[in-house]
Design a protein. Structure first.
Length: 124
């Protein structure tokens, strides 16, 4: 499922509606770059507490599982997910991301929008 960053997220999410961040797909370019270490730590914690849990799972299509395409290996490196996280920024902006966003940041160098990074760092 692909949504351009900061576009309305309509993927089976609860109210309140919000903006999508990190809904990546290999068919679309995405921002890359450094992020603060505290952002990665906070994002990891948020991904452990999703607001939506779907049946089945989505596999990262950015990875090339040439040597080990097994479910266990994909799970080990965070390359599959079935959940969505919600982050609310200081201004009240609501963001929804697949929990696989942590994998995208840590493994593929994805750099989310600055407002989202700030919202994650400032989240409780």
């Amino acid at each position: 499922m692909y949504f351009a960053d900061l576009s309305p997220c309509s993927y089976n999410i609860p109210a309140p509606k919000g903006l999508g961040v990190g809904w990546l797909d290999m068919a679309h370019d995405f921002a890359r770059g450094e992020v603060p270490a505290v952002f990665i730590e906070r994002l990891s914690e948020l991904c452990k507490r999703p607001v939506v849990q779907h049946r089945g799972f989505h596999v990262c299509n950015l990875c090339e599982f040439m040597c080990d395409p097994t479910y266990e290996r994909r799970k080990e490196i965070g390359a599959l997910s079935s959940s969505v996280i919600r982050v609310i920024g200081r201004s009240g902006t609501v963001y929804y991301s697949p929990a696989m966003i942590h994998h995208y940041v840590a493994i593929h160098g994805y750099r989310p929008p600055d407002d989202f990074i700030s919202a994650v760092i400032e989240s409780d």
